[in-house]
Ligand binder design. Sequence first.
Ligand SMILES: Nc1ncnc2c1ncn2[C@@H]1O[C@H](COP(=O)(O)OP(=O)(O)OP(=O)(O)O)[C@@H](O)[C@H]1O
Length: 712
Amino acid sequence: MNIHTEAPEGSKMKDSQLLLKLLSYAKPYWRMILLCISLAFLIVVADLVRPYILKVAIDGHINGLGHPMLSAPAGQQAAAELEKYGRVTEWNGREYVRLAPEEAAADRATAAAAGAQPAQIVSAGGRPWLIDGWLPAEAGEDEPAVTVRGEGSSAVLSAGGREFPARQLDEAAVGAFRAQDYRGFLELGAVFLAAVLGSALLGYLQSNLLQYTGQTIIFNIRQQLFHHLSRMSMSYFDRNPVGRLVVRVTQDTESLNQLYSQVVVNLVKDIIVLIGIIIVMLQLSVKLALLSFAVLPFLAALTFWYRSVIRQAQRHSRVILSRLNSFLAENLSGIRITQLFIREERQWEQFDRLNTDYYRAGMRGTVINSIFQPAIGFLGNLAIALLLWYGGASVIEGGITFGIVYAFTHYVRQFFQPLLSLAEKYNQIQTAMVGAERIFETLGEKPAIVDAAQPCKLPAEIRGEIRFENVWFAYSGEDWVLKDVSFTIHPGQTIAFVGATGAGKSSIIQLVGRFYDIQKGSIKLDGVDIRQIPLDDLRRYISIVQQDVFLFTGDIASNIRLNNTEITDEEIRQASRMVHMDDFVRSLPDGYGTLLGERGINLSLGQRQLLSFARAIAFRPQILILDEATSNIDTETELIVQDALHNISEGRTTMIVAHRLSTIQHADQIIVMHKGRVRETGNHYQLLAQRGYYYRLYELQYKEQKPVPKAR
Ligand SMILES: Nc1ncnc2c1ncn2[C@@H]1O[C@H](COP(=O)(O)OP(=O)(O)OP(=O)(O)O)[C@@H](O)[C@H]1O
């Protein structure tokens, strides 16, 4: 038993080609996707603003008391001028405005020009002092560098070689200067909360929109896929096991959904995050930014390594999964045979082997991921360590504020966050790409049998003449199954085919319905090559009853009607009466509404064949084909069915394949096939008279059935 039905191993389509195709499916929804990307952009802004808020809280407020200030007597022009800098603190008849560190230098000159005076709160000797002037930058706020002489409001503070008049501030005064910080904390807290809420709300909107878009795209692809598969020719299904196709329509499309709804937009979001963080970092401090980026080359190398190994591992794992799926599909549907031949142990061993292979393949991926993820985490923390080392020192030396270093640690963490989930995303992309490749391959496969460019329409009522002219046919290559076969079935005739197993009888029947196309010669219906007749029309003229009857899940009536709403309940009953199935169906608890279990296990083989007869009759075909159709019916029922057949084949061209010669004795013409060629032709008596192959067959069967004298 061939259980290995492998997925294509190598990538046939380039990733860029695949992406283009994938995008073409997303094209009708570009507005949605654009909206999602815009939402992603807003979410990123909301995410990136948070560390910045913390930085402002630390630098502007927690450490804000000592910032340089400008001061002017209250009520004067200069004081009004000051208000443009922001919050004003009134104390002791003067107005004070705090300058942000980056504003201080530029404003030293303008301040003096505007008539405002510099002022600053400095801590010395464990107490706060207000000085008239700004401490030189190099003095920092390092207490030992600052000394105070004198007490109260007439003290002098010296720092960095300069002296400043100083006044000691009491608790109430410090409270007045601090008031704006408390207000600031409240405001920043509110903004922080708004950013968090906004990000959550937008995230919710975005994820719903994405799911909706992804699901809709996949819905379309699934529909297209099923539609496409249902038009494929039999040769396609000969090559592709059902298990594989089921996986294609369900699993592979689901992995594409992941791609659309999770990966694409999130990837865009991650890229915006990375670019945003780089810009914010460079804005805050070029030195610290470059330091944080020092780990990037290692990161690139690591990602490159990961990409190459995981791709291989995943492909391998998919191939094995595909085998496992096919094995399961095949073995579960064939479980009866397995149990009958007590092959459970053997099948179990095979399953165990595949299962073990799949487990190993899965573990390989897990091991690679378990190296990659912590390694990325390590690089992220290495960047933070570098920040601590350099940033910490710079804060002490006064080059960088503590708020910036603090914000950087957040940004570095945020920078590595998308990279951490890169493994997962890469996995999803790979899975989706493999899925996409298979889906597009399937969709790209043209049905081998299609309508002619300019089909020739036959009238609704045909005569039913079938003519094979020097037909050569092979399922593949040059393994000729039919060799130069010619015969004519006149309208309304019943023609039978006999011959040894493998002689090509069923193949002839498949060819009439154009389930396969012939390689040489022609098959004509009413004088028109069947390749010129629209496929749907051709098959509408024909009903085939086969030995192996497939029942769909549903009730008996729907199994006869097969979704053809033109067939009325009465016609169904009529058809059943003709094959003597009506009584049996009526005796069932729900009559024609009786549900058939999956594959109709609650009907016997004979009953199934009767049902398939009723199906064929209800469709009122003009050509009826029976392929070993009565092999499962008992002799008594067969006689009744023969009788029914006699009635329904009246005026219809009928083709019968049968091993039991008794079934076909009354045929107008019998064609004896041998190794793909027509060996003998004639009616029962003519063929017996020829004393050829048919005669021998007849003799054999005759002896078996009735051990009495010779044939006529
Ligand atoms: N789907 C298929 N793909 C490839 N080869 C096939 C296919 N179906 C049948 N064959 C081959 O074609 C040959 C003729 O098969 P066919 O079923 O027409 O014989 P048959 O005369 O109907 O036999 P039987 O009496 O056993 O039904 C066989 O050698 C078989 O192996």
